[in-house]
Ligand binder design. Structure first.
Ligand code: SAM
Length: 445
């Protein structure tokens, strides 16, 4: 039983009127559970056949699915390790549906951790163009990076930068910008006891001030005719219609545009959308705005600095892959990166990763990175050890154990589950040394 703050109940009663009984009834039921399919790595058929429970389509995106309540923990499932899907509050998928990123575009996700929406954006970009995922809280940016790596995203930059510094430096660079703003989290109340504890009218007010500041920064990053999408997982009008109205009043060059979707219901600003628990998700608000004024982009494209020292990384790549890399390799310190095709200058922007980590220089050799295999398809690799999702050997691999393999296998081999890459090992003498990262392993039995 959730103890909702009285003041919150009064506000919701005033706002929803005859719908209020439906709304408040939802708090006696469990929250919805959902996942997003990651088509960068996996088809819907493979996902359905590899999960131990059925999934059902949710209305907020063609990639989102309801889980049954009895689904249990999903983080330890082989296809989760493989990045075939990610856990997502289903109505949260609505923001990216409204953002509508197109392959080849430059997209900024300004408040991106833990990364559900960034992953969804990446899958819609299909590896083309650029996703810039920013998270101001550094520790949360690491989680964001880990989730994007697991999902095999190859054309992203992950940064931890203050929104205003980032958007000023990258003024006019992006086709679309998503501000999924930090909020009072009223739509999380069924899932997150802490959000209930932290709620107060003062917190709502403080959030709305911060949200307006973030939107103001975001407006700088968008090119002329580009789209800015604002979303929250809260219901308070102050943080939703209120913030959008104030933003539009001080940015006459932005126009509210229709969200172009039918799920949920119109907000008080009818072009924006609201989703409540009685609409099939925990709760979200989405508004889309178009920038109508010129915003010339002065941002230079990234210039490759260092083409020396590449041979060992190239050799390693050719040891693992059938064909030469389609992307530039860039050494950065002792790391080697496969850079996205589209990339602005990166200096002083808190960049943690650009593209895919290929490997790390160690003494006289380069060791491949887990991320390199996660972003690959089995068909691209010279050697793959393939398992089915219910294989005991795969379970042992995910616990970090050494495996027996064909004695003929030598060197680095990808490990796949149901045809989806989930890591790698090094084979010799009929054994495969496990390179599945320690922090990602399932617990020993
Ligand atoms: N979009 C994310 C996703 O789909 O996984 C969820 C984002 S969450 C609603 C908002 C994020 O904004 C949090 O990760 C929080 O750390 C970050 N944040 C907090 N304060 C911020 C600020 N002043 N500017 C920008 N982001 C902030």
């Amino acid at each position: 039983m959730i103890l909702l703050p009285l003041e919150f109940q009064n506000r919701m009663r005033d706002m929803l009127r005859e719908e209020y009984p439906n709304f408040i009834e939802a708090y006696e039921k469990p929250h919805f559970r959902g996942i997003g399919l990651n088509p960068l790595k996996c088809s819907l058929e493979t996902l359905k056949s590899g999960l131990p429970f059925p999934i059902n389509p949710a209305p907020f995106s063609p990639l989102s699915f309801y889980l049954p309540q009895e689904a249990g923990k999903i983080g330890t499932l082989p296809l989760h390790h493989a990045g075939a899907f990610y856990s997502q509050e289903l109505s949260a998928a609505s923001a990216v549906t409204v953002l509508n990123p197109q392959p080849g575009e430059r997209i900024l996700d300004l408040c991106a951790a833990p990364g559900g929406k960034s992953t969804q954006i990446a899958s819609l970009l299909k590896g083309q163009g650029l996703l810039w995922s920013n998270e101001v809280v550094r520790s949360r940016a690491n989680i964001l990076l880990s989730n994007l790596e697991r999902c095999g995203v190859s054309n992203a930059v992950v940064s931890s930068c203050h929104p205003d510094n980032l958007c000023t430096a990258l003024a006019g660079y992006f086709d679309r910008v998503l501000v999924d703003a930090p909020c009072s989290g009223e739509g999380m109340f069924r899932r997150d006891e802490q959000a209930v504890q932290e709620w107060s009218p003062e917190h709502v007010e403080a959030c709305s001030v911060r949200q307006l500041a973030i939107l103001d920064s975001a407006s700088k990053a968008i090119k002329e005719n580009g789209v800015l999408v604002y979303s929250t997982c809260t219901f308070s009008p102050e943080e939703n219609e209120g913030v959008v109205t104030k933003f539009l009043a001080s940015h006459e060059d932005f126009q509210l545009i229709d969200c172009g979707v039918t799920f949920g219901r119109p907000a008080t600003l009818p072009k924006a959308r609201r989703i409540y628990p009685m609409d099939g998700g925990e709760g979200h608000f989405v508004a889309a705005m178009r920038r109508c004024s010129p915003n010339p982009c002065m941002v230079p494209e990234y210039e490759q600095r260092n083409t020396e020292k590449l041979s060992s990384a190239q050799e390693l790549y050719m040891e693992i892959f059938k064909e030469k890399p389609a992307r530039r390799i860039e050494p950065v310190g002792n790391l080697y990166l496969l850079l996205p095709d589209v990339l602005p200058e990166l200096k002083n922007l808190g960049v943690i990763r650009a593209g895919v980590l290929l490997g790390e220089a160690k003494k006289n050799r380069v060791e491949p990175a887990h991320a390199l295999f996660m972003a690959a398809a089995p068909s691209q690799l010279n050697t793959v050890v393939a398992f089915s999702h219910d294989s005991p050997q795969l379970a042992a691999f995910l616990r970090g154990e050494e495996l027996s393999v064909e004695p003929s296998l030598r060197g680095y081999a990808g490990v796949a589950v149901d045809g989806v890459m989930t890591g790698f090992g090094k084979c010799s003498g009929g054994r495969m040394k496990n390179h599945y990262p320690k922090g990602l392993r399932n617990n020993p039995v």
